[in-house]
Design a protein around this ligand. Structure first.
Ligand code: AMO
Length: 418
């Protein structure tokens, strides 16, 4: 076998030279052991190698595995590809701790470290699992525009771009487009960036984040959509637990095994529950971060780590969620994972007249949404869907404290490079 990677540490023990190499084949390091009498041909070359060097080697695992840091190899062939021009700005061997700020600046380089690599690999595992789930369940993958003329999630968080002679925006969500496609597909999904000009700097928000969006038609109730979401999340989490054992171990995370259904709580029930614990909550507003966290504690005590909150008040939601007959509540839900919202979704308003009314009620001009509204004229079935935040899910699976750790190149209030 040929392995390629980068030297993260070089140690001399007596006359034995050891190179610790980070390769793509495993999150575990490859420990290359060179003994002067056995490896005379390589010895001079290896002595010259610095931390950071890119190399490939062929070899076999040593009979006696003594290193705790990785898998020991006896090298049979060695090719040096590139030496570093200067010492590395960060310690890729993981011996020296790094501040979050430095970590975010050099994530692309620190990804040579097993822990950082493990996070990136598990993130890619989430995407793989989601695709597998959707493909096995009759969903078609779509791509919708990221430069758009109208927002779906409220004007305050739109990034404006100059689109030739017109004003345009970066897409906050594929919401309008995925719904339009329910005029021709029963089930669609998209793995997509969300661009949101949220001004606050929190451990849970990014200005460019990624979502797994789905939309399905011909539903009989919002339950059909919740079922898809809980199945998807359980599939992803169980897939990661099964296929990323080494990565989870590297991060000291106990693999989770989820079973469905997840607990469902009515929004009104949540209000009562939180009030009974002395938390200040309003009936007509979304839950605050504090209330969400508090609910997470209450639910964790009952061993409910993932739970839905269903039936948010109309005054707290976007225009496209279906309103109940009472006009006060909607068929919008959130899915929370230990006190953090990881997804939102719901049943949509599919009746043309009601949708126009809803836009007006939210102070929006239906004319700006005419391209979207048109899709509701030609046989739009009852439908619903959701958006699942990839970084938020990864954060919860790996117990990350800050959402920035869940993404390789961070876009937040102060970061536009790298
Ligand atoms: P919502 O705005 O709740 O719903 O977004 C869906 C999920 O995306 C994640 N998310 C974010 N993650 C990090 N930083 C952000 N700034 C950010 N914004 C959102 C969260 C959130 O639960 N169109 C609807 C979904 C639908 O109804 O289909 C929507 O976008 O995990």
């Amino acid at each position: 076998m040929r392995y390629c990677g980068w030297v993260v540490r070089k140690v001399q023990v007596g006359r034995v030279l050891i190179l610790e190499v980070s390769t793509s084949s495993s999150v575990r390091l490859s420990v290359l052991v060179f003994k002067p009498e056995r490896d005379r041909d390589f010895y001079a070359t290896v002595r010259d190698v610095d931390v950071g060097t890119a190399l490939c080697f062929e070899g076999f695992p040593a009979e006696e595995q003594k290193s705790k840091r990785g898998i020991e190899y006896v090298v049979e062939k060695l090719e040096i590809y590139a030496k570093p021009l200067e010492p590395l700005p960060v310690d890729t061997a993981g011996k020296t701790p790094v501040l979050l700020d430095t970590r975010l600046k050099y994530r692309w380089l620190l990804a040579r470290k097993p822990e950082e690599r493990a996070i990136v690999r598990i993130r890619s595992g989430i995407i793989k699992a989601a695709r597998e789930y959707f493909e096995a369940n009759g969903f078609t993958e779509i791509h919708t525009p990221k430069i758009v003329a109208a927002g779906a999630e409220g004007g305050a968080t739109l990034f404006k771009v100059q689109y030739f002679e017109n004003d345009a925006y970066l897409s906050q969500s594929p919401q309008l487009y995925k719904q339009m496609l329910i005029a021709s597909f029963e089930k669609v999904y998209e793995i997509t960036p969300y661009f949101r000009a949220e001004k606050f700097n929190t451990p849970r928000h990014l200005n460019e984040s990624w979502g797994i969006d789905a939309e399905q038609g011909f539903i009989s109730s919002v339950e059909d959509v919740m079922k898809t979401l809980e199945e998807l999340v359980a599939y992803i989490v169980n897939y990661v637990s099964k296929n990323y054992r080494e990565e989870l171990e590297e991060l000291g995370i106990q693999p989770l095994q989820l079973t469905t259904p997840f607990k469902r709580l009515k929004f009104t029930e949540v209000v009562d529950l939180l009030r009974s614990e002395g938390v200040d909550v309003r009936e007509n507003e979304d839950l605050s971060d504090y209330a969400e966290r508090k609910l997470g504690e209450i639910m964790s005590e009952k061993k409910h780590y993932l739970y839905f909150i269903v039936g948010f008040p109309w005054s707290s939601t976007a225009f496209y969620y279906m309103r109940e007959e009472d006009g006060i509540y909607t068929r919008k839900f959130d899915l929370d994972f230990k006190g953090l919202e990881i997804a939102s979704g719901g049943q949509r308003e599919h009746r043309y007249e009601k949708l126009v009314e809803a836009l007006k009620d939210k102070g929006l001009n239906p004319e700006n949404y005419s391209f979207y509204l048109e899709a509701f004229k030609y046989g739009m079935p009852p439908h619903g869907g959701f958006g699942l935040g990839i970084e938020r899910l990864l954060m919860k699976i790996l117990n990350l404290e800050n959402i920035r750790e869940a993404v390789l190149f961070v876009r937040d209030r102060t970061r536009l490079i790298p």
